[in-house]
Design a protein around this ligand. Sequence first.
Ligand SMILES: Nc1ncnc2c1ncn2[C@@H]1O[C@H](COP(=O)(O)OP(=O)(O)OP(=O)(O)O)[C@@H](O)[C@H]1O
Ligand SMILES: [Mg+2]
Length: 238
Amino acid sequence: MTPPGPDRSCPLELDGVSFAYGRSMVLWDVSLRVRQGEFVAVVGPNGSGKTTLMKLGLGLLQPGAGQVRLFGQEVRSFRSWSQVGYVPQRAQATSALPVSVEEVVVSGLAARTRRFRRLAEEVERIDHVVELLALEGSRRSRMAELSGGQQQRALIARALVTAPQLLVLDEPTTGVDAEARSVLRESLRHLVEVEKMAVVYVSHDPEGFSGLAQRVVEVEGGRMREGHGQPAVQVAKG
Ligand SMILES: Nc1ncnc2c1ncn2[C@@H]1O[C@H](COP(=O)(O)OP(=O)(O)OP(=O)(O)O)[C@@H](O)[C@H]1O
Ligand SMILES: [Mg+2]
């Protein structure tokens, strides 16, 4: 049998993954496939392994068993990081730095494979994500002067500035008020429906993804259950 080539229509795939921190097993034989333009919510109690699962998916941790692929390619040899946006849980380290919102967003373009060929394209994309996350008014504000929700939106804009095809958000609405949640929801709706981005959204707050998630997977006791919880709402596929 000829092994199939990289499946680029599958931005993220974990196949039979197990993981332990030292002797402490966290995940057993977990599989997850996220397709292009798909929004998958990941739920589960504190300490169930959701963040660990995301780190495995992004190659930040190595599984004890199983396989991880990004865009059909083994994560170990994956290099096209401009296709992936990641907002880690409690990503507040940047908040204390004396940098402006704009500088944070622009830093998303640094140290990445060149995504845009021309400076004008970069500038256009920066303007687009700033507008998408409703940050126009605070563009030149220092991160430290902003609220937690505004800071979080700036970090999401940073993750989006390379126009990734896969976005991983770990608890993006922690400390975010109703208005900012609604801005985030509408931004995500646009990204999935128009830009056909795949989104993995880890959250304890079902309100944050209701009406957006096509699938909800639950991590509990080191195992994963598919389709548990809120009935998934179908997002129109183009
Ligand atoms: N670096 C680490 N070293 C050792 N154990 C860890 C480490 N990170 C997490 N753990 C443990 O692994 C388990 C899973 O943690 P993880 O952060 O993945 O959970 P989570 O589902 O994201 O929780 P939360 O809902 O609180 O964010 C927990 O028992 C945690 O204590
Ligand atoms: Mg977590």
